[in-house]
Design a protein around this ligand. Structure first.
Ligand SMILES: [Mg+2]
Length: 729
């Protein structure tokens, strides 16, 4: 099987994955110290500028053609590119290369091969062939496949995604590795990863968006690129405390912990002055990211104590997904160098905010038109309105799928709690824009400073919209923020691929239907007017500009018939509904089998996560909390001596021994629930058992342990407290 056919079976092209992009220029050969930021930026990326300099003209042109149009890459071209890439990497200290891919675990995978090849005289030469560049064959048997890869056929293939540039990864030990972003597929071409469907969805949305543009008279654009900027929230804590807590080490979140006296109630952390220790970490993080071509742009303190955020400039969805993986990995790595640990879990601590990842999504043409930018002219406005209502239609129709893509054991602690968007999907457009759409739909006059008029689409101007309403509704899960949509339900540790696959595909479907109408229309502007009316009538229910955290909204959303899916296990069902199978199948993004495999893997992952948490809770209870309580009771004189030692309040003795009893009984109960859940055969039922029984047993155990923490002397308490974890940076 050739690299090009890997993943192509489902209609996309693995190497032909190609949405052109350019990364900013690099100045290579620079040392970190003393280099300016422009010199540093992209220094470890085999980007357009490097290719121009290092590839023969014909090779460069052939590769660009593959990148921009998806034309097959000839073996001779691949060989020349591989050689140039190898020389460039070796000059920068690389000894190994790896196909860097994104299996369904949600993280990244790499297996390093050195460039060495034995020579006849017993020495070695450094070699890297075209075939090694475009295709790899890692042992895939230990990656989740959800039944896609039969066990006797363990082979999986990685295929070069030339639309995301190769880059060098440096580690603290001085190793430099050439990383080649790749798609990962089974022998039969089924996607075993997160990148392949993302590339397929980008192709789908580009095709349908182009049809709409052409029907509206656009003659200059040749393709449409979905773009993303993913804001990343995270926590930092001192490494010393991290290592003293089994829950943080094995689950990434605390399973116990009485609240610290101070939480986030003073609102003194958000956008506060950044402490030196954290600032020094952020500086190193920026440098590492810049070198790899990640446009780290914004950094600030977030709402919770010891919580922070980094945001990059937007880029193509594909690169944004790769970059976000690098961001998460680099955040963790750099933290260790600073004797800190970076937590990406959605809810490391009870009682303070958790972490999310705002996904800023838009569509842009290859000649630089942002299709979600309100225009200055009547024609531009018509285009903007078409793409806007396409999204309204798409999100209303597939709110359940968007919800499912954000399901995870960690994110269940956020969605629906009063700190993150609720589990109900709605769209915020802002009052001005909503008014305009409603009036257009009803054929009413629209008023602006220059008076009131009946607006004809494509002929009259719309009143000016407020340019940036980013901060006007932080409670909405899906907010229009001036020239893009911000999807805010994503969990901080999740790959951004899943929901962007969904967004691109649901947009493709809506645009497909709109294109078909516009192509047939005698009067395009009239048809758009009719379209707005229809979408507002059928799908306007998804628009909500009020407070998404309020109880009234929950009731109102129910009346409107919007789904409110409170947990991961239930939400994942949407991935295998007949509607989803038809949608993703129609646009060649995910086959029925690929959807089922994902459903199974994600449901199983949920159960596995809760199982790990429950076992960690049990161990901490029996090996740390119960012994601490017994030690303290010993100090007090023990429950058997009626009044305890002289001077010890009887009530204290009773409280501590009462809690100890509860903890002992509840730990037993948890153990039994874990055993029952583990023994449950069917994957959905097992996940439901972990959700309903095991989680409940953990919560009740936590309540007693946290109560005990309030009573036991600090020097007897076996683990660092919330105060240590949140306030000792
Ligand atoms: Mg934030």
């Amino acid at each position: 099987m050739s690299a090009s056919s890997c993943c192509a079976a489902k209609g996309a092209h693995a190497h032909a994955c190609c949405h052109g992009h350019k990364t900013a220029g690099s100045a290579r050969g620079v040392k970190t110290s003393g280099a300016t930021v422009p010199q540093l930026f992209g220094a470890n990326v085999f980007n357009d500028q490097v290719m121009r300099e290092r590839l023969p003209k014909e090779t460069y042109r052939a590769l660009q053609k593959t990148i921009n149009t998806g034309a097959p890459l000839q073996p001779e071209v691949a060989a020349v590119v591989a050689n140039a890439m190898k020389d460039w990497a070796i000059e920068r200290g690389a000894t190994h290369y790896t196909h860097w891919f994104q299996p369904l675990t949600g993280s990244t995978a790499e297996k390093h091969d050195s460039f060495i090849a034995p020579a006849m005289d017993g020495s070695v030469i450094m070699e890297f062939s075209g075939k090694q560049l475009i295709q790899g064959e890692p042992d895939a048997s230990s990656f989740p496949s959800g039944g896609l890869r039969v066990t006797f056929e363990a082979r999986g293939y990685t295929a070069w995604d030339c639309t995301s540039p190769a880059f060098l990864k440096e580690d603290g030990a001085g190793n430099v590795t050439l990383c080649i972003p790749t798609a990962f597929c089974s022998y039969n071409g089924e996607a075993l990863d997160k990148k392949t469907p993302l590339l397929r969805s980008m192709t789908a949305v580009s095709k349908q968006a182009m049809r709409v543009l052409q029907a509206m008279g656009n003659t200059t654009s040749t393709k449409v690129i979905s773009t993303v900027g993913a804001e990343q929230e995270y926590f930092l804590l001192d490494k010393e405390y991290f290592h003293k807590r089994l829950d943080l080490m094995s689950c990434g979140r605390t399973l116990f912990g009485a609240p610290a006296p101070k939480g986030q109630e003073l609102e003194d952390q958000y956008f506060g002055a950044i402490k030196d220790r954290v600032s020094s970490y952020m500086k190193d993080l920026d440098i590492e990211l810049w070198k790899m071509g990640v446009t780290s742009k914004t950094k600030h303190n977030e709402v919770a104590p010891s919580q922070y955020e980094m945001a990059p400039v937007f880029t193509s969805s594909n690169m944004a997904a790769d970059h976000n993986q690098l961001v998460m990995e680099t955040m963790k790595k750099v933290a260790l160098r600073h004797n800190m640990v970076c937590l990406l879990h959605e809810k490391p601590y009870a009682g303070v905010n958790g972490s999310g990842k705002h996904n800023n999504w838009s569509l842009s043409t290859d000649d630089g038109i942002n299709l979600l930018e309100p225009g200055q002219t009547p024609e531009d406005n018509a285009q903007f309105l078409v793409f806007l209502v396409a999204l309204v239609k798409a999100v209303d129709r597939h709110a359940d799928i968007m919800r499912a893509t954000c399901g995870s054991a960690g994110n269940d602690h956020r969605l629906g709690a009063n700190e993150a968007p609720p589990a109900i999907i709605s769209i915020f457009l802002g009052q001005e824009l909503t008014n305009i759409l409603e009036k257009l739909a009803k054929g009413e006059k629209i008023c602006s400073s220059s008076g009131c008029q009946f607006v004809k689409i494509g002929v009259d101007s719309l009143p000016d919209l407020p340019r940036d309403n980013t901060d006007r509704n932080r409670t909405s899960p899906f907010a229009f923020t001036g020239n893009k949509f911000e999807f805010r339900m994503v969990g901080s540790s999740q790959s951004i691929s899943g929901h962007n696959v969904a967004l691109n595909t649901i947009a493709a479907e809506a645009l497909d239907e709109i294109a078909t109408r516009l192509e047939k229309a005698k009067d395009v502007n009239k048809e758009i007017q009719a379209l707005i009316k229809e979408v507002m009538g059928k799908h306007g229910r998804i628009i909500f500009n009020g407070n998404n955290y309020s109880e009234e909204w929950v009731k109102e959303a129910d009346k409107r018939g919007l789904p409110n899916i409170g947990n991961t296990v239930d939400s994942l069902q949407a991935l295998v509904s007949p509607k989803a199978i038809e949608l993703f199948g129609k646009y060649n993004v995910l086959s029925k089998e690929e959807l089922h495999s994902r459903y199974e893997i994600y449901t199983e992952q949920y159960a596995k996560h809760i199982n790990i948490e429950a076992r960690a809770a049990l161990q901490m209870t029996r090996r740390q909390y119960i012994p601490a309580a017994i030690r303290y009771l010993g100090m007090l004189g023990g429950p058997s001596t009626a009044a305890g030692k002289s001077g010890v309040p009887r009530k204290l003795l009773e409280d501590v021994s009462g809690l100890l009893d509860k903890i002992y009984t509840r730990a037993d109960k948890l153990e039994k629930e874990i055993a029952k859940a583990v023994a449950t055969q069917q994957v959905e039922k097992q996940a439901a058992a972990f959700r309903d029984k095991v989680m409940a047993a953990m919560d009740s155990l936590r309540e007693a342990v946290d109560g005990l923490e309030e009573l036991v002397p600090a020097d007897l308490w076996p683990v660092p407290t919330y105060n240590d974890l949140l306030f000792r940076l």
